[in-house]
Design a protein around this ligand. Structure first.
Ligand code: UDP
Ligand code: MG
Length: 338
């Protein structure tokens, strides 16, 4: 098994589905064709994220028709795309995990190319949408977000929004052992990946139906992304506060000098000085808030219980044990791993 390990690495494709009734037939047909062409063991997991348009029945029927190939997980209500994917990951058995949207914006035909990249030794393979077919405001928005993520994670990927992605099993295990409720999978994955790359893929307009993200849910998603990635905004409070206080000291000193130069009339008889004093305290309050933010940030980090590290390999055996690659988990057991 070890000599042909790569050739045999099995694949799980996970697709979240929320009210995609009209897309399911084509989605299944194209995805199954792409999977069968892989020439290795594979499974297709569809997670129904509480659809109310009959998608669940279509999926359940498909699972019965393609027994041994398709598994369907039906959630009792809508938990959001990223939670649905994590649910699929929890049930996946493959060594390589692929995610993909159900609306056929990501061509399933690219699955083979993603798998090939993982075989090359990458832990995470993202994809960059060529000629992206979305509304202009989505593209501009997404450009800004991508820039921010690159800055704050230091991982130079170009397209975090594209969900056509592949992950190696151990990265997914690490993601599953994170306890947070709000998360953004591509960013989370980068925390645990050593080698990350991207491939260009085609992008189509949504085949049928409408986007499941309204402006408001899109904003919520960006907050998930931000808080999953960094606590920097909390720290910004301190920095901004300190800057305001420092500036107000300068402002006060300047007022003092000008007061002597031009007299009390010019300085509004002390009103401006009051401003300088007020700004100083406003700044100080921000510093205090920021300090509290530091504590909250640490609580946030601890509550998430992310694994601190992943052990890549253990070399050597002691006391007669047999070691295998393991995922480092500070708290070993977790109910998601049942
Ligand atoms: N989706 C989901 N739960 C949700 C919202 C979306 O499972 O609450 C799925 C949806 O069915 C699709 C994917 O996530 O497979 C991406 O959704 P959509 O195409 O609406 O997002 P957009 O392309 O507009 O970003
Ligand atoms: Mg879409």
């Amino acid at each position: 098994m070890t000599s042909t390990k790569n050739a045999l690495a099995s694949v799980t494709v996970v697709i979240p589905v929320y009210n995609e009734r009209d897309n399911i037939a084509e989605l299944l047909e194209r995805t199954l064709r792409a999977c069968r062409a892989l020439g290795r063991p594979w499974e297709l997991i569809l997670v129904d994220d509480g659809s109310r348009d009959g998608s669940s029945d279509l999926l359940a029927t498909a699972a019965r028709e393609h027994a041994g190939e398709i598994k369907v997980l039906l959630l009792n209500r809508n938990y959001g795309q990223h939670n649905a994917i994590l649910c699929g990951f929890g049930a996946a058995q493959g060594d390589i995990l692929i995610t993909l949207d159900a609306d056929l914006q990501n061509p399933p035909e690219e699955i083979g190319a993603l798998v090939a990249k993982i075989d090359e030794g990458f832990d995470v393979v993202g994809s960059v949408r060529q000629d992206r077919q979305d509304a202009l405001f989505r593209k501009v928005f997404s450009g800004l977000i991508n820039m921010m993520v690159r800055k704050s994670t230091g991982v130079k990927l170009r397209d975090y929004g594209c969900m056509l992605r592949a992950y190696r099993r151990r990265v997914v295990d690490a993601m599953l052992s994170c306890r947070e409720r709000h998360t953004f999978i591509p960013v989370l994955a980068n925390l645990f990946a050593k080698r990350v790359t991207e491939i260009p893929v085609g992008h189509a307009e949504r085949a049928r139906g409408t986007s499941k993200y309204s402006f408001v849910t899109l904003i919520n998603l960006q907050f998930d992304l931000l808080t999953c990635m960094t606590t920097a905004p909390l720290r910004m409070l301190s920095i901004v506060g300190a800057a305001v206080s420092a500036l107000s000291i300068g402002f006060g000193a300047l007022l003092l000098v000008l007061r002597f130069a031009y007299g009390a009339e010019w300085a509004g008889n002390g009103v401006f000085t009051l401003f300088a004093v007020a700004f100083f305290f406003i700044g100080a309050q921000f510093v205090a808030l920021g300090l509290m933010g530091e504590y909250i940030g640490r609580i946030h980090a601890d509550v998430r219980e992310r694994p601190r590290y992943i052990v890549d390999r253990i070399v050597g055996e002691t006391l007669g044990e047999r070691n295998e690659s393991t995922v480092g988990r500070p708290h070993a057991s977790h109910e998601r791993h049942s």
